[in-house]
Write a protein that binds this ligand. Structure first.
Ligand SMILES: [Zn+2]
Length: 447
């Protein structure tokens, strides 16, 4: 590793930014996971180009685009919402003698109108003894996971707005009808995620192998667990690599005290990059909703994070229309872990745009801390909203009530992509995704 040809445009940008911010060559090479000579040559090349541009333009910060170029840039970015920045840059540059960098493209995304729509805290999972066969608990209270569930509530509200009879309501919805049946996001709607620390699992555990001094002696271990899927430990913190055969979790086993296994946040985030954030139920109505960017407050190694995400998508194969291998823009604000020391709290807070109050959950029981009532994020609550929408959008007036698992299974394309991706993970030697006991999804609504 460390040769210049291995570095992505993203890595090069990190090098330039780190050096511009006064980071030493040594620390920059550690941040990106490349050799010091690569840092020097990439920064020199950038400086040379920068000086040439400055000379051409006389003074001040180099401006590679004129007013016309900028209008074109904004147009291309808006009309290709699903494209990666590299593709956008290519399109902007096609046929133009004024080439803009990926960073210029990135900066053309105007974040001044961004709104927080979902937020959450938490670092624990439920104790196995509290799992529910009625969908009444939240199993995984890690912040990344409860934030996605809070986002689902936002998506449900937006779908409800879209169905409103009042024009001013549906004009505000982030969804628009696409073709005859499916809804999709409006062109200018992008989702950005911020997480204060590296997601648990491979992103946090595997510090840069490339700069580990005892790399040679540990090569076999490095190879064996590099990028492996990992699982969270019940009612504790930290993760373990999955076993190659993949354990099958049973309902009675977990109730009798077997450790409840939950996949790590790293693995779940990488899954969103194929299947989308909306999950199986909402795929009945909307096209996959992908993350446009992911910013990690303290990320030890951006290069590793991005390679690891790509590794999980490599073998997925051709995907049906609407789905793609999503590559969110990744960035880290610092390369040191600033987690506070000490025992972390056992509760998790969530909020979605429009809520008057925060909801606080006890992560061990997966229910509200104050009353012990089910959370607004639990499967049961979201399924109730889904059923109401399904009856309005798809089968007006029908009164039948499917099981939760049936409703999920019926999202055919989503399920096909999911199987394809899980198979791809196994073929890449990354391990087998561990499912929760299926009994937890065999419920229907009681109303
Ligand atoms: Zn986590």
């Amino acid at each position: 590793m460390g040769k210049r040809k291995d570095l992505s445009e993203f890595d090069k940008g990190q090098i330039v930014m780190a050096r511009r911010l006064g980071q030493s060559i040594y620390k920059t090479s550690a941040l990106v996971g490349c050799s010091r000579s690569a840092v020097v040559s990439i920064y020199q090349k950038w400086s040379k180009e920068e000086t040439a541009v400055n000379r051409r333009q006389g003074h001040g910060r180099p401006r590679l685009t004129d007013a016309r170029g900028e209008r074109r840039l904004v147009r291309v970015v808006r009309s290709n919402r699903r494209a990666a920045v590299a593709q956008l840059a290519q399109e902007v540059n096609a046929g133009s003698d004024r080439k803009v960098s990926e960073y210029t493209v990135h900066h053309s995304l105007d974040l001044r109108h961004a709104q927080v729509v979902a937020l959450s805290t938490g670092t624990k999972c439920i104790n196995g003894e509290y799992i529910s066969d009625q969908g009444l608990v939240v199993n995984d209270c890690h912040a990344e996971i409860t934030t996605r569930r809070a986002l689902l509530r936002f998506l449900y509200s937006q779908l409800e707005l879209h169905l409103s009879k009042r024009k001013e309501d549906w004009e505000q919805s982030i969804f628009v009808r696409h073709k005859d049946s499916c809804l999709r996001l409006r062109e200018n709607v992008l989702f950005h995620m911020y997480t204060s620390t590296s997601p648990c699992g491979d992103a946090r555990v595997n510090s840069p192998y490339e700069i580990t001094s005892d790399l040679q002696s540990n090569r076999h271990l490095v190879k064996k667990f590099h990028s492996h899927l990992r699982t969270k430990i019940e009612s504790g913190e930290g993760t373990l690599p999955v076993k190659s055969a993949g354990p099958v979790q049973t309902w009675d086993g977990v109730l009798q005290g077997e450790r409840l296994i939950t996949m790590s946040c790293t693995d779940k985030i990488s899954r969103w990059n194929v299947l989308g954030l909306q999950g199986a139920l909402l795929s009945h109505f909307v096209e996959p909703v992908y993350l446009y960017s992911l910013t990690v407050g303290s990320l030890r190694h951006t290069g590793h994070f991005s390679r690891m995400m790509n590794h999980r998508l490599e073998r997925v194969g051709p995907l049906p229309t609407c789905y793609h291998r999503n590559q969110p823009l990744l960035s880290g604000l610092s390369n040191s872990d600033c987690r506070q020391q000490g025992k972390s709290v056992c509760y998790s807070v969530n909020w979605t745009a429009g809520d008057a109050q925060l909801e606080v959950l006890n992560a061990s029981t997966g229910k509200r801390r104050d009353s012990g009532a089910p959370s607004r994020l639990c499967k049961h609550a979201l399924f109730a909203r889904w059923i109401r929408l399904y009856r309005k959008l798809v089968v007006r007036g029908a009164s039948g009530m499917p099981l939760y698992c049936e409703a999920k299974q019926a999202a055919g394309t989503y399920q096909t992509v999911k199987l394809q991706w899980l198979k791809g993970l196994q073929e890449a030697g990354l391990g087998t995704w561990v499912r929760k006991p299926p009994e937890q999804e065999n419920f229907t609504l009681t109303v």
